[in-house]
Design a protein around this ligand. Structure first.
Ligand code: HEC
Length: 148
């Protein structure tokens, strides 16, 4: 069972752990409607990234990882500029919401402190700079991450 499903179940039963309550607080602070974000993720992202963000076939794993990109120069823009994000049939506000939801629910432990959620206008700006070679940019960011 995925942690998100557990989270939803525990909300339903009232048994919320400390970690889950931190996530819920972060979602609220980021103005994320989890049901709406999850639906947009299902419709637009899940086909490649899988229900839990672990990725299908060669798609990289976002679960327990994607938040690390926010720590390196260019990483924050990368998560928006990547084709799956930038070209999604979602408004800037919807894309900001899905990305904030992904970061908080799939990679909470890796978020910088404090975590600054994406805003629609920030997403708009990054979307104007699409990546020509996403795989190369990804590799460059991973090298930055490794060199810490
Ligand atoms: C057609 C398959 C596909 C779809 C659909 C897709 N993605 Fe992706 N996504 C990828 C691939 C492949 C990468 C790795 C970078 C690259 O080569 O484009 C990636 C990378 C990412 C990354 C960066 C994480 C990393 O480890 O590099 C984010 C964030 C992301 N996608 C978000 C989304 C969101 C949000 C959606 C839905 C709105 C979405 N993607 C839809 C294939 C997809």
């Amino acid at each position: 069972m995925t942690s998100r499903l557990l989270m939803l179940l525990s909300i339903a039963t009232g048994a919320v752990t400390a970690d889950e309550s931190q996530m819920i607080t972060a979602l609220t602070a980021a103005n994320v409607d989890p049901a709406q974000a999850r639906l947009n993720y299902m419709l637009n992202c899940q086909g490649c990234h899988a229900v839990d963000g672990r990725g299908l076939n060669d798609i990289p794993t976002m679960a327990d990882f994607v938040g690390k990109f926010l720590a390196v120069d260019g990483g924050r823009a990368y998560l928006v500029r990547v084709p799956g994000s930038a070209n999604a049939p979602l408004s800037d506000a919807e894309l900001a919401e899905v990305l904030n939801w992904i970061l908080i629910t799939m990679s909470y432990a890796h978020l910088p402190e404090p975590f600054v959620p994406y805003t629609p206008s920030e997403v708009y700006t990054f979307r104007q700079q699409p990546l020509t070679d996403a795989a190369a940019k990804r590799q460059q960011l991973l090298t930055l991450l490794e060199n810490g």
